[in-house]
Design a binder for this molecule. Structure first.
Ligand SMILES: Cc1ncc(COP(=O)(O)O)c(C=O)c1O
Length: 483
């Protein structure tokens, strides 16, 4: 190492700079939280086109080096969606609890590898405790087990691989399979289920999509007929996935009916609770998940409703041994045996190196107790119900369906508008241009709806009234263009 390398690297690891920069960053973030929470910062969505923004950051990168990251960090804050703003109502990302973000910083500095116990001595037992708590809330007994992994997408794939290992006639891991394997799922399930099935080689025929009813829930009365048809066509159905809830509308499939069907036919039942699974913590809303305790596996994202910074997803298996069935490998440099030990997590996860994700969840439990998850679910789900009532009272507004949780889809319907989809899309674009709210959109049965996920427990009814007023006035102003 040359002297200049040594000097540079000493600078990189200098505790004094870290202390000073860290304190400054915490102040900066606290200012940011204060400003968005008090709404003195009006802009929720700072709109920048991708090309312009690319050039902006290119200039930043090509500019002079700076001694201090504070002004760069400030620019990042100003150029990002303000998820903590009470008028953030967009995609389903957590409005992160600041204490969990601090735990993230701790995790980033300690950077334990997590694949094996020795490299995750604190966070591995924490992970087990978090999973045990969640399993209890789901209604599983002590023979359940699971892992934390990097996102609902990966967790759903992991669960389906376990399902295939447990239910397919062949030993797929060592021999591959000749059977034409298939899964059943509602047409409203998150796209990652379809993606997982295709990664697993199931192809078009292997993804049997059940239609949904007026509430966008799986039509379970069609399950028997659909299975019989698949079997006649030579398919072997090994898993069925219930959405709890679906992404676009927040609809909950009938998990009891799916469990009955799965048990009758010895099919693996997986519940995708990435968004809505957190309702197991709520006495008020847990009935939406009735039957979840009968699922063979359940996914819950802590980094959505439950306020934990991304990524932190729990995959819980009803039977501990199933959680070891996904991967059957030996990695000599990590562990000596393929034994089912709970504490070498790499045996059960896709990841080798994995973030210390349990720490963020554990920190919230340590500071506030599990009631913090009850509180956030109740708060944002209640808000969803209230918002739907407010929408229903306005003559030109139409709900896609009565919402069951914090996802609310609606549109504006005005007499004389020929293309309601284009009209509602234009309304959203105007809202984003103004930047005072962030809402998204979805298309359901060819109709475009405005979509809000009320993720922020600090959003008030007044914020929602102002959004509806603003939409109404924009709708009047745009009328001439669309009629
Ligand atoms: C029902 C459902 N499943 C899975 C996912 C994917 O989860 P992640 O974004 O954590 O990969 C989502 C994301 O919105 C979802 O709503």
């Amino acid at each position: 190492m040359t002297q200049s390398n040594t000097t540079l690297l000493q600078k990189v690891y200098d505790p004094g700079s870290f202390r000073q920069q860290g304190h400054a960053l915490i102040d900066q973030l606290a200012d940011y939280l204060e400003s968005v929470q008090s709404q003195s910062d009006e802009v929720v969505f700072p709109q920048h086109g991708p090309e312009d923004h690319y050039r902006f950051w290119q200039n930043e990168l090509n500019g002079p080096l700076s001694e201090n990251p504070a002004s760069f960090f400030e620019t990042v804050i100003q150029h990002s969606v303000k998820t903590h703003h009470p008028r953030y109502m967009g995609h389903q990302v957590a409005v992160t609890a600041p204490a969990a973000a601090l735990a993230g910083l701790l995790s980033n500095v300690l950077n334990q590898g997590m694949a094996l116990y020795e490299m995750g001595m604190s966070s591995t037992p924490m992970e087990r405790l978090v999973i045990e708590l969640l399993a209890k809330k789901i209604g599983y007994d002590t023979s359940s087990s699971g892992i934390l992994t990097s996102g609902g997408t990966l967790a759903n794939l992991t669960a389906l691989l376990a399902a295939r290992a447990c239910k397919a006639p062949s030993n797929v891991w060592s021999e591959g399979h000749q059977e034409r394997l298939a899964i059943m799922v509602s047409e409203e399930a998150h796209y990652c289920v379809d993606r997982a099935a295709r990664i697993m080689g199931l192809g078009n025929a292997g993804i049997i999509k059940l239609p949904t009813d007026a509430q966008y829930k799986m039509r379970c009365e069609l399950l028997e007929e659909s299975l019989a048809k698949a079997q006649r066509e030579g398919l072997y159905v090994f898993a069925i996935i219930g959405s709890a809830c679906s992404t676009s509308t927040g609809s909950h499939d009938d998990l009891e009916a799916i469990a009955d069907f799965a048990e009758r036919h010895n099919i693996w039942f997986h519940a995708d609770g990435a968004h809505g699974g957190g309702a197991v913590f709520s006495t008020k809303y847990q009935s939406l998940l009735k039957g979840i305790d009968r699922a063979d596996s359940v996914v819950v994202d802590f980094h959505k409703v439950l306020m934990v910074p991304a990524l932190a997803t729990a995959l819980v298996f009803k039977r501990e041994q199933d959680s070891f069935s996904t991967f059957q490998q030996r990695a000599q440099y990590l562990w000596n045996s393929a034994e089912a030990d709970w504490y070498n997590l790499g045996k059960r996860t896709f990841e080798c190196t994995k973030y210390m994700m349990s720490l963020k969840i554990f920190t919230l439990l340590k500071l506030y107790g599990e009631e913090v998850f009850t509180a956030v679910v109740d708060q944002v789900y209640d808000l969803g119900q209230k918002f739907a009532k407010m929408i229903a009272k306005r003559p030109n507004f139409e709900l896609a369906m009565e919402p069951e949780c914090n996802i609310v889809c609606f549109r504006i319907v005005k007499n004389g508008v020929s293309d309601l989809n284009a009209y509602n899309q234009a309304l959203r674009e105007r809202i984003l241009e103004k930047g005072h709210f962030y809402i998204v959109q979805t298309t359901l049965r060819d109709k475009l709806y405005l979509r809000t996920s009320l993720m922020n427990p600090l959003t008030t009814e007044q914020d929602l009234t102002i959004l509806l007023d603003e939409l109404e006035s924009l709708a009047n102003r745009l009328l001439f263009k669309f009629s």
